[in-house]
Each structure stands twice: as C-alpha cells, then as structure tokens.
Design a protein around this ligand. Structure first.
Ligand SMILES: Cc1ncc(COP(=O)(O)O)c(C=O)c1O
Length: 393
C-alpha cells in the first residue's frame, strides 16, 4: 500500500481554491445580520435599509403567519419526526395541498422541504435514460443540479431565446429522445425578467415536451391570486413554487396532475428520504395561502414602485437589463465594480449585495435590488440619490 495521505495533503487543494477566490475578489463570506422593522436590517450593529431580501410582501413578520406557526407548534411540537411516507405527514399537509391545487388551478399539489430539494430531485425523477431536458441558460443552480443528477441528455438554450430552443430541439440527432422536458423560470432570480409563458406553452406542445416552470420569484407577486404566472394554465405540466420568498416562510411545492403527484410520492428521493417540514413552517404556509389572494393592493404598490425605480434608474444612465419585476439588477460588468457599488450603498445605509461570477455569467456582475411592499417612497428616493452620486463620481 502507498503512503497514506496526511490531512493537510487532503485539504491543500481546498485551501488553494479559496486563496484563488480571494485573490480574484470573489471569496464568499457569511454575514451575520439581525432583521429589523420595516425593511431594515442590522449589520455589524448598523441599521441599513434592506434591498437584499426576497420577502417581497413582508409576510415573514406578518402576525397571522406568526400566530399560526405558534399554534401549530403548540398542537404538534417542533419537529415532524420522520419523512412524509413514514409518519411525518400530519393532516396540515392535506389542507395545504388542497388549498394550493385550488389556487394554482391544478388537479394536485405536493409540498417539498425546499425549492432546491424539489428542483434537484423532481427533474431527475421525471426523466430517465431516454429523456431530453432543455434548460434556459440562466436557470437556477437547483434546476441545473436536477438535470445533472438525472443523468439524461440535457441541453441549454440561450436565455429566453425560443428560436434557439426550437432549433436545438429539432436537431435530427435528438429525434430519438421521445420523453422531453422544457425547463425554465417564470421570473428569473438574478435578472428579474420574465419568460414568455404563452410561447413556451406553444413550443412545448408542438415539440411533444412537458413544460416545467420554476415560479420561486413569481409566487406571491404575479398571476391569478398572486400564485404565479402559471396559475390557471393547464398547458404547464409542472409548476414549482417556493414558500421562502414572497410567501414569507420556508419550503416549496410542485403543482401538477394527480398522476404526477402519485409518481413523485413513489419515486422522488427528495420527498421519500427527507424529514417532513416542522409544524411551525406548515402553520406559516397555511396562513400565507389564506392571505395571499387578498394582497392585490400590496402587489400593485410593489410593482408600481419597481416600474418607477426602473424609469428613474434608466434616466440616470443605469442598465437594468430586461427587468420587469420586483427584482432589479444594476448591471455594472466587472466583479470589482459591483463590489465597489455595493460598498458605496452600504456606506449610505443601504444593503444590496454584489452578485458576481459564478452566480451570474462572467462580466455580468451586478448589484441586485430586491423590492418589498414594505419599502417606503423615502427609502426609494434615498436609494436613487445614493446611486446617482456613485454614477457622478
Ligand atoms: C429560481 C429559484 N429556484 C429555486 C430556488 C431554491 O428555493 P429554496 O430557497 O426554497 O431552496 C431559488 C432560491 O434562491 C431560486 O431563486
């Protein structure tokens, strides 16, 4: 037997990669924050206006969600004790999934522990050796992981470019793949732009593909009852949505047919081999689903504020890409500039993170502004003033 490697030999490549990241100004570090009231956050003891959160409607602190989380905890305890298939499937799941299916207009719904878990395991469960997955190039990492884990053939089409998708799907070499899925997001997480859902539905139907859409950032904000752009659309085979962003708490769901739901319960490892959500989280989800349909006023305020901000940023010369949602990227190009801009904002009491490679493509670094219905007009004015100061420097 050869020399047994020492622990430092095993760790050396990790340390080298971290050093490389640091030298490239791309080292990620966890920041400890303390949430404050009305879109505020405390960082190193300093209060900042938070433009980084996905809590688009401010539901994470809503009294009804908190009250139901507490009441579910009092009734069922803090843990679910097992996976849903063993004994973790408390009756709240049934109520929640019925509400979800009704709101989404689908036959059925299935709750998962997180969006990452759903995307990374459902795609592989629905596809196999003879399957083809076609993913938008800017699809979230969880969708990419799902495609990679599935071990089926997958291709990536240019972002929101359905001519490219159509052309790739029609390649003769791919004709043998009869089980096909087109995978995209309804609102993209880092660009805040939207997929053309009508066109995706048409193209999927014409190419005999299932359509899988991630609604993580549309849920709560867009569509019928605020339940995403796929709500009520029968042509969408599978819609994934999350509870951890616009719905204020944690977890995710798949909205689909009864058959697919049964199939996932039987074959999806992310559901079968993972502990069910804790009762407190189910309580918060249950309450959010009751409130969300009645929040049109907050959605209108949020989306009007986003439109107003985009117009003012563009007039100051900022590039906000194709954003049409509450997510507004300020595209600056290099990682260095994005970091500089984030630091400039922080100095003025604004928390908005620099998003760099590998989260976004090279030279597409940005500061991501994420709006909430809790932001005030004064906070937006301060943001614009601070940004225009930076531009003038
Ligand atoms: C588009 C998209 N899909 C899925 C996820 C994962 O969802 P979760 O945070 O519930 O794991 C995220 C999270 O950031 C996301 O942005």
């Amino acid at each position: 037997m050869g020399r047994i490697p020492k622990m430092q030999d095993l760790l050396a490549p990790f340390a080298a990669r971290l050093k490389e990241r640091k030298e490239d100004d791309r080292l990620r570090c966890l920041k400890t924050v303390t949430p404050g009231a009305s879109a505020a956050v405390f960082l190193n003891g300093r209060e900042l206006v938070n433009f980084a959160s996905n809590d688009y409607l401010g539901l994470s602190t809503h009294p009804s969600l908190k009250a139901r989380a507490i009441s579910f905890t009092q009734r069922w305890g803090v843990g679910s004790s097992a996976s849903r298939l063993v004994c973790g499937n408390i009756d709240a799941y049934d109520t929640i999934e019925k509400k979800l299916a009704k709101l989404k207009g689908t036959e059925a719904a299935l709750v998962f522990a997180s969006g990452y878990q759903a995307n990374s395991t459902v795609l592989g469960t629905l596809s196999g050796d003879g399957s083809l997955l076609a993913l938008d190039r800017l699809s979230h990492n969880s969708l990419l992981s799902g495609a990679q884990l599935s071990r089926c053939r997958f291709l990536r089409f240019k972002h929101n470019d359905l001519a490219d998708l159509e052309q790739q799907l029609s390649r003769p070499a791919l004709h043998k793949y009869t089980s096909r899925w087109v995978v995209s997001e309804s609102i993209f997480s880092m660009d805040g732009d939207s997929a053309d859902i009508d066109a995706l539905c048409r193209l999927s139907a014409n190419s005999g593909s299932g359509l899988y859409l991630d609604e993580a950032h549309a849920t709560g904000v867009f569509g019928r009852h605020g339940m995403g752009l796929t709500a009520g659309r029968k042509e969408v085979t599978v819609a994934m949505g999350t509870f951890g962003k616009g719905l204020g708490s944690f977890g995710a769901y798949i909205a689909c047919s009864e058959t697919l739901r049964d199939y996932l319960i039987n074959f999806c490892p992310g559901l079968i081999y993972s502990t069910a959500l804790p009762p407190a989280v189910l309580g918060a989800i249950d309450a959010a689903l009751d409130i969300i349909p009645s929040m049109d006023r907050q959605r209108e305020y949020l989306l009007d504020m986003a439109e107003g901000l985009r117009v003012r940023l563009k007039s100051c010369g900022f590039d906000t890409g194709n954003s049409c949602s509450q997510i507004i990227p300020i595209l600056v190009g290099s990682d260095k500039l994005a970091l500089e801009l984030a630091r400039h904002l922080e100095a003025a009491g604004i928390f908005a993170p620099a998003i760099r490679t590998p989260t976004v493509p090279a030279n597409a670094a940005r500061v991501r502004i994420s709006l909430s219905a809790h932001h005030t007009k004064e906070q937006i004015d301060h943001l614009i003033k601070t940004l225009s100061n930076w531009h003038e420097n």
